[in-house]
Ligand binder design. Structure first.
Ligand SMILES: [Zn+2]
Length: 194
């Protein structure tokens, strides 16, 4: 689930045109960005579901800090607060919400491997609706997110660009097409390589 997160970022860009696209893209995958060094440090981990090759969606992820409900909320607030320094409160709030949206989208696809508290403190039941058990359905949801995101972005960008003439409109269409192509490519890599 990387492409789906980017789709959501593109959709938000359509509504919040003042928020830089790159910051939205970073915010939407921020929890996964932090996950990488923690995996390398052996604090968090990712392993194939027993009996599978660990392909698309066939993984159990123990991201007990970055992907715990409370951990994700804290990381979202920190991200938003830092972004608010240069860009103001509105953009900071949008970016913080986008960071947390990652957890909500992951909740849909992850098997029940996401804890409530950082470090799985208290051993509460882990969360995750497990759409990854049906990889084709999960891939379709991701594709839909990418397509809807690109479309909402195109709609918003073209109405802004129309004011600056045909070159502006063409640029908006080109960017939306790039978002769509990048999303489809990311999803294809994810599905094929896992
Ligand atoms: Zn994630």
């Amino acid at each position: 689930m990387i492409a789906g997160h980017y789709g959501l970022a593109a959709a938000v860009k359509g509504k919040e045109i003042r928020t830089p696209l790159w910051a939205l893209m970073l915010a939407t995958v921020w929890l996964d960005v932090l996950f990488v060094p923690l995996v390398l440090a052996g604090v968090e981990s990712i392993a194939p579901v027993p009996g599978t090759n660990g392909g698309y969606g066939q993984v159990i992820i123990h991201a007990d800090y970055t992907h715990s409900l409370v951990g994700a909320l804290v990381l979202a607030i920190v991200f938003g607060a830092v972004a608010a320094i240069p860009w103001g409160r509105r953009v900071g709030t949008v970016l913080g919400a986008v960071v947390f949206s990652h957890w909500l989208l992951d909740l849909v696809v992850h098997r029940a491997d996401m804890p409530l508290l950082p470090g799985d403190l208290g051993n509460f039941p882990r969360l995750g609706f497990g759409l990854w058990r049906l990889p084709a359905a999960a891939a379709i949801v991701e594709l839909a997110l990418v397509a809807i995101g690109a479309w909402l972005y195109l709609r918003a960008a073209s109405s802004v660009a129309a004011a600056s003439g045909p070159i502006g409109a063409r640029r908006a269409a080109l960017l939306a097409g790039t978002i769509l192509a990048a999303g489809v490519f990311t999803l294809a890599v994810d599905v094929l390589i896992g």
